[in-house]
Design a protein around this ligand. Structure first.
Ligand SMILES: [Zn+2]
Length: 475
């Protein structure tokens, strides 16, 4: 079979959508048997598919496709900018749109502590709160609990931890982590897992992996019982403008004149409508998607077992977690490559927390569909800029009189307008604008890199894109 011609159907034509287990009719959680009209089972209704993932092209192990979420389409392989506290640090949402970001990340741990889940829920979830109409993914909070809390206490039930903000005590369980993520309302949410530390001996890795598997089952159970509680507002709510989606207004509202001759909106007691585009329509009958996470430390056999047993529990997508925790890069690659072999080929695969531009290209070539990392944004704030000529440390004296653009090969608004000398001055003067401009460039570089990767896959050029990116220092 010619793999380059594989095109998966958008919606399953028969049988269950892969990754969804069938629940027992009449036993829908949260509903009483006394209910006059039993709720219709919607598990076969393609319109209620929270995400679908048509793969369009496969070259070697790499694939390009489209992740269809309730808040729009995400072209894959994709790099997802990290917006820890409902903000990609230094970059307004309209700039993210301009850069072509289709999905961003939020961190449950941070948002749970501040501003709190209830506040975000009341604002219509993260989409409404941060005025971001595109897709969002939240992590489960597990990783931050493990990385920011030395005093955490892990039990079968969950994790007790102290807030890094005020030292107050908190508890996350698979159930409360799901409740928090449903309240935040991201399109894709993650099972609560334990990120195994590195190094760890085999017994410890196995114990941790088993705990993650039990937590995955509990996460799924709670999610299935509560997924209808997602706070997405219906289409009458005003929403942010999405320039990419402006062309398909879903409702025309003709202004009428009141007694004073002033124009007002036809519908009473409503805020004047902003241009909502058509994205709200997609959310009306949808729910979030819960992805499972494969753990298993640096042990290929345990990774295989974790993958198989997580797939057995059944999720619409799978993440590889517990990597980039201090292990050598060659080992990361080996574990990623071997784990991918055990994940379903027709479902999205998400590698958490990687990497450099070279690495994201490499992982895409291995068949990873989604990646996220704080590197481009964090490095930018430290004056480290990724360019087509290698990594630039903008504080270096060599750029003090340099009139050239940061990256001659970059079409971003920073490279089109400003000189290296100016960017160096901003950084040296500790100007806020330095962080803003540096971050915009680095994100643009990452997003462009993945755009080129997708293009190469679509053209069938496996070898060309793998060799095209250089993350070492600029000569
Ligand atoms: Zn640029």
């Amino acid at each position: 079979m010619d793999v380059s011609r594989i095109v998966l159907p958008r919606t399953p034509s028969s049988g269950e959508p892969s990754g969804y287990s069938h629940h027992v009719h009449g036993a829908l959680p949260g509903r009483t048997r006394a209910s006059a009209t039993p709720p219709a089972c919607r598990c076969y209704n393609p319109k209620r598919m929270p995400v679908s993932f048509p793969i369009e092209k496969v070259i070697g192990k790499a694939r390009s496709g489209r992740l269809l979420t309730p808040h729009g389409e995400v072209e894959t392989p994709v790099f997802m900018p990290v917006g820890t506290q409902a903000s990609v640090k230094g970059v307004p949402q309209e700039t993210l749109e301009e850069l072509g970001a289709q999905i961003i990340l939020g961190n449950t741990y941070h948002l749970y502590l501040r501003p709190g889940i209830d506040t975000v829920r009341r604002m219509g979830g993260l989409h409404g709160f941060m005025a971001w109409p595109g897709a969002i993914l939240t992590d489960s909070g597990g990783f931050q609990v493990f990385s920011l809390n030395e005093l955490r206490k892990v039990t079968e039930e969950g994790v007790t931890f102290r807030s890094h903000l005020d030292g107050s005590s908190h508890f996350f369980s698979p159930e409360s982590a799901m409740e928090a993520q449903i309240g935040l309302g991201a399109d894709i949410i993650m099972a609560f897992d334990e990120c195994t530390e590195y190094p760890a001996d085999r017994e410890r890795v196995r114990t941790s992996m088993e705990l993650t598997l039990r937590w995955a089952e509990r996460s799924k159970k709670y999610f299935e019982e509560h997924k209808q509680e997602v706070p997405w507002k219906d289409s009458r709510q005003p929403s942010a403008v999405s320039p990419q989606r402006k062309q398909v207004p879903h409702r025309a509202s003709s202004p009428v004149r009141n007694d004073n001759g002033e124009e007002r909106n036809e519908k009473r007691n409503e805020e004047p409508e902003r241009d909502t585009g058509n994205w709200k329509l997609e959310t009306r009958n949808s729910t979030q998607s819960l992805f499972g996470i494969v753990q298993g430390g640096m042990d290929r056999e345990l990774r295989r077992e974790s993958a198989l047993r997580t797939v057995e529990i059944g999720f619409p997508g799978y993440a590889i977690g517990g990597l980039s925790v201090g292990e050598p890069r060659a080992l990361t690659r080996e574990i990623v490559e071997s784990t991918l072999e055990h994940l379903p080929k027709d479902q999205p695969r998400y590698l958490m927390g990687v990497g450099t531009p070279e690495e994201i290209v490499e992982y895409a070539s291995l068949g990873v569909d989604m990646m996220d990392c704080v590197l481009p944004t964090r490095a930018a704030r430290h004056g480290l800029l990724f360019t087509s000529e290698g990594k630039v440390s903008i504080k270096q004296a060599r750029y003090a009189q340099d009139e050239g653009p940061l990256d001659p090969g970059c079409p971003c608004r920073v490279c089109r307008r400003y000189s290296r000398a100016y960017l160096r001055h901003l950084y040296a003067s500790n100007e806020v604008l330095a962080q803003v401009l540096n971050t915009i460039h680095n994100l643009s570089f990452y997003l462009d890199t993945m755009r080129r990767v997708r293009h190469s896959i679509q053209l069938g050029e496996e070898s060309r894109f793998v060799s095209g990116v250089w993350s070492g220092p600029k000569p």
